[in-house]
Design a protein around this ligand. Structure first.
Ligand SMILES: [Zn+2]
Ligand SMILES: [Zn+2]
Length: 274
């Protein structure tokens, strides 16, 4: 490691039906990897049948909170454990998400876009739908939604901000439309005061690249947008994965601090060499 570990704020539990490991196991993995702070951020409940198979049910929310609080007690002398959530931004569901956020005490809420309309574009089961889309249109539609998510000011962190590239579909080089949509997204994030997540998850996906692309990291850094780090761990072995690559990327763009959240207040902590 070039860098001392920073908080990893993106990890899941089996409640979302596509992750393994208890919170205690995630916490132990974090301690073993030398981290001093993590946050759990499982896929939030959403109204109706929205993406139902891939997230916790509303009835599981209390158990989720209890499990994190219990792990917090057990690890209190070694590890700070934050209580977070990865909520989806999807037009029409905002009221439900707002109520849910207001009903509990979170340290932070990540806002993520996983759907364009009813298309779960990052879901391997829906990959053939890519064939029916113009890639440039998919990118602009995606960035427009991420910008809209930031404009709600509901979220503390904007999750994996170019997830649209997950399977390696690339917008045409030099596309003005995509460039403008990216810029509008970053301006919306800047206005909202949210942190932009730098995520190592893309390194484990077909695109084999950090989210977001280094062009976006560079522009965000220039604008002074704060970053948070997330591994998007869906199993304890992924905790802290790719952290050094992400921190190297940030430092290449002269960014030397990273976000920490408590009770939805952000403070910036220095990134320092190990
Ligand atoms: Zn997931
Ligand atoms: Zn996500």
């Amino acid at each position: 490691m070039h860098f001392k570990p920073v908080p990893d704020y993106h990890m899941h539990t089996p409640r979302c039906n596509h992750a393994t490991g208890t919170v205690i196991e995630y916490a132990q993995a974090a301690v073993d990897a030398g981290l001093s702070e993590i946050g759990m951020s499982d896929h939030s409940p959403m109204p109706g049948d929205f993406d139902k198979a891939w997230r916790m049910h509303r009835s599981e929310l209390n158990g989720y909170l209890q499990e994190i609080k219990q792990a917090r007690e057990i690890f209190s002398d070694r590890l700070t454990i934050r209580i977070g959530l990865e909520a989806d931004f999807h037009p029409g569901t905002q009221g439900y998400v707002e109520d849910m956020i207001a009903a509990h005490d979170w340290d932070y809420v990540i806002g993520s876009v996983h759907y364009i309309g009813d298309w779960g574009f990052d879901n391997p089961d829906c990959i053939q739908i890519w064939d029916t889309w113009n890639i440039e249109d998919a990118y602009t539609a995606y960035f427009d939604l991420v910008a809209a998510s930031a404009k709600t000011a509901m979220f503390d962190i904007i999750g994996h901000p170019d997830l649209i590239k997950k399977f390696g579909h690339r917008a045409p080089k030099g596309s003005q439309a995509v460039h403008q949509a990216e810029e509008a997204m970053l301006q919306a994030v800047l206005q909202s005061g949210a942190a932009l997540e730098i995520s190592s998850a893309g390194l484990r996906k077909p695109v084999a690249e950090i989210y977001p692309h280094n062009r976006i990291v560079g522009r965000a850094a220039t604008l002074g947008i704060p970053f948070s780090f997330g591994s998007d761990a869906h199993s304890p072995v992924e905790v802290g994965h790719g952290m050094d690559d992400c921190l190297t990327e940030l430092s290449n763009f002269h960014t030397h601090e990273i976000a920490s959240f408590e009770a939805r207040k952000r403070c910036m902590i220095p990134i320092s060499h190990a």
